[in-house]
Design a protein around this ligand. Structure first.
Ligand SMILES: Nc1ncnc2c1ncn2[C@@H]1O[C@H](COP(=O)(O)OP(=O)(O)OP(=O)(O)O)[C@@H](O)[C@H]1O
Ligand SMILES: [Mg+2]
Length: 238
């Protein structure tokens, strides 16, 4: 597949809450390709999570089109979206989103069960993914017994095991110290470069910009290509 994995064409999102009307994303266009890590950066409230949620088929745009692997998903029936998400998209959140009662291995197994991967095959695949993120010795640990970086690696392993061609991460390093955060970014970059996945990372963290292939800058809902952000950018904490 040579075209973009994901493509936004003039995508907008308007929130209506009470009398207020917030244009969170304003006519954003961008294409995201395989084997590429793209960072979306910008101040708080600029629309980054909203944009990522539309890329991840969690939120429907108010206007514009989203294409996933060449297919116009904005035209898709609501009922087909969960299946498309499960098949193609791995989401990684700032807050890890792991099931507290499940071990690392069981957490990684959840999407495999949802995808109906054969019972005989799933545990090996989950173990392999945990190995891939350096957690072979932690498979039977519960989230409460894992460090923040380890928890984040479990959520990455979940996307790896599910073989999601698209990995979307919203502030994946925000709860981590800088060294651990760097390891997580390196891991995401490896998944893009070695396995050809399409990775999009939303972050405030300006240190990230040296470790990604491309940066998009978001401000007041407007998405811009390729801006190198000075460390003193107002409204952004370094
Ligand atoms: N469900 C909602 N209803 C109404 N307004 C919303 C809703 N979600 C977000 N907003 C508004 O849309 C704008 C963009 O929010 P969004 O969460 O996308 O920003 P962000 O760039 O991810 O911010 P942060 O860096 O703080 O996470 C904000 O002004 C926010 O208040
Ligand atoms: Mg956000």
């Amino acid at each position: 597949m040579s075209g973009p994995t994901l493509e936004l064409s003039q995508v907008s999102k308007v929130y209506l809450s009470g009398a207020a009307r917030v244009v969170a994303v304003n006519h954003a266009s961008a294409a995201f390709h395989a084997a590429t890590v793209t960072a979306i950066m910008g101040p708080s409230g600029s629309g980054k999570t909203t944009l990522l949620s539309m890329l991840g088929l969690i939120l429907r745009p108010s206007d514009g089109r989203v294409h996933l692997l060449g297919r116009d998903v904005t035209a898709c029936d609501e009922r087909s979206l969960p299946g498309l998400r499960r098949e193609h998209i791995g989401f990684i959140f700032q807050s890890f989103n792991l099931f507290a009662a499940l071990t690392a291995l069981e957490n990684v197994l959840v999407p495999l069960q949802l995808k109906k991967i054969a019972k005989a095959e799933a545990p090996a695949r989950a173990r392999q993914a945990l190995e891939r993120v350096g957690l072979a010795a932690r498979t039977d640990f519960h989230p409460r017994d894992l460090s923040g970086g380890e928890k984040q690696r479990v959520s990455i392993a979940r996307a790896v095991a599910a073989e999601a061609p698209v990995i979307l991460a919203d502030e994946p390093t925000a709860n981590l110290d800088s060294r651990t955060g760097r390891q997580i970014i390196d891991l995401l970059a490896e998944l893009a470069r070695d396995q050809g996945r399409t990775v999009v990372v939303v972050s405030h963290d300006l240190r990230l910009q040296d470790h990604v292939d491309r940066i998009l800058w978001m401000e007041d809902g407007v998405l811009q290509e390729g801006k190198h952000v000075p460390m003193t950018e107002p409204g952004v904490s370094p």
